[in-house]
Ligand binder design. Structure first.
Ligand code: PEP
Ligand code: MG
Length: 316
């Protein structure tokens, strides 16, 4: 009986009425996999590949070294999803050999996909390493680009994936308000969206994520951010495609319910948060999550949105 309880506590993410919301792990490499498995993650929703690039300040890791790291993560989830994000260098994650040193506003400069499009050989190497890693594995590989601003960015990324011969689903991270506002256009080029709410908050409120005194504006409960999440999720639903969240917002159990109510289709977070999000989600129906989401969007500030959602979800 105890074992059954433990198993149930590790089951797939779902609302109390059975609406499935896969709970995925954010990882930085193979070292993070055991914790993800232990937490019962249903896959990886964000593999931040930057960490692989930190060892050498002059060049990208070799194809072999990359492929080995990717393969170790892929092998850990033979039946799950593994979403690999291509290199997100720049701004809060500078890399000496790629990041321009003289930009006045690095967060608004050449970073993420912009860096990769300026250094196509780095993107090509990474995509080839991924293709090699996935060879012969029954895994469901998904690859996404950080900092996609518009449809042209999404197309450039999808083209690069096709040219590298990668057989995977291609996706775009939604971290820039323009991509959320025109999510339907972006989805003409890619098969899924993943909301990076850390950067989406930074760019929505023009508040540097590294400046602590601006914490109020980085609050993912802010109704303006919830509006953008809803816009992207509705666009994905209209296109019959998925729209997950992989920013810190997904690790807040109450906010996870609200995101579900907004139409988000999967939640990816640091592994330690997974049991708490799973438990909270399992207490409410999808309709209750939708009501909490409406109440939060009707609020005038982050704290009020949280209180409103809490009132809806605990008043039942
Ligand atoms: C995000 O911006 O929300 C995100 C998931 O990416 P990172 O935190 O690595 O920038
Ligand atoms: Mg980001």
């Amino acid at each position: 009986e105890r074992r059954a309880a433990v198993e149930a506590a590790k089951g797939p993410g779902a609302t109390s009425d059975g609406h499935k919301v896969p709970l995925l792990a954010n990882v930085g490499g193979p070292a993070d996999v055991p914790a993800a498995v232990e937490a019962g993650a249903e896959g990886v929703g964000l593999f931040r590949t930057e960490f692989l690039f930190l060892d050498d300040s002059e060049r990208a890791p070799s194809l072999e070294k990359q492929a080995e790291a990717y393969r170790q993560v892929l092998e850990a989830f033979p039946e799950g999803r593994v979403v690999v994000r291509v290199l997100d260098a720049g701004a809060d994650k500078p890399l000496d050999f790629l990041t321009p040193a003289d930009e006045p506003n690095p967060a608004l400069g050449v970073r993420g996909l912009r860096t990769l499009l300026d250094h196509p050989e780095v993107l090509r190497g990474q995509l080839r390493a991924l293709a090699r890693a996935a060879e012969g594995l029954p895994v469901y590989l998904e690859v996404m680009a950080p900092m996609v601003a518009d449809r042209a960015d999404a197309r450039a990324f999808a083209d690069a994936c096709r040219e590298a011969g990668l057989s995977a689903k291609f996706g775009a991270m939604v971290e820039i308000p323009s991509a959320a506002l025109r999510a339907r256009s972006v989805l003409q080029e890619v098969e899924f969206l993943s909301l990076g709410t850390n950067d989406l908050a930074q760019y929505t409120f023009a508040a540097d994520r590294q400046v602590g005194v601006l914490a109020r504006l980085q609050d993912p409960w802010q109704p303006a951010l919830l509006d953008l999440v809803a816009t992207a999720a509705e666009a994905a639903a209209a296109e019959g495609k998925s729209c997950g969240v992989c920013g810190e917002a997904a690790s807040d159990p109450l906010l996870a319910c609200v995101l579900t109510g907004l139409g988000v289709t999967s939640l990816s977070m640091g592994s330690s948060a997974i049991p708490f999000v799973r438990a909270q989600l399992s207490k409410h129906t999808l309709a209750q999550c939708e009501r909490a989401a409406s109440a939060a969007r009707a609020a005038e500030s982050g704290p009020e949105a949280r209180a409103a959602a809490q009132a809806v979800l605990s008043g039942e």
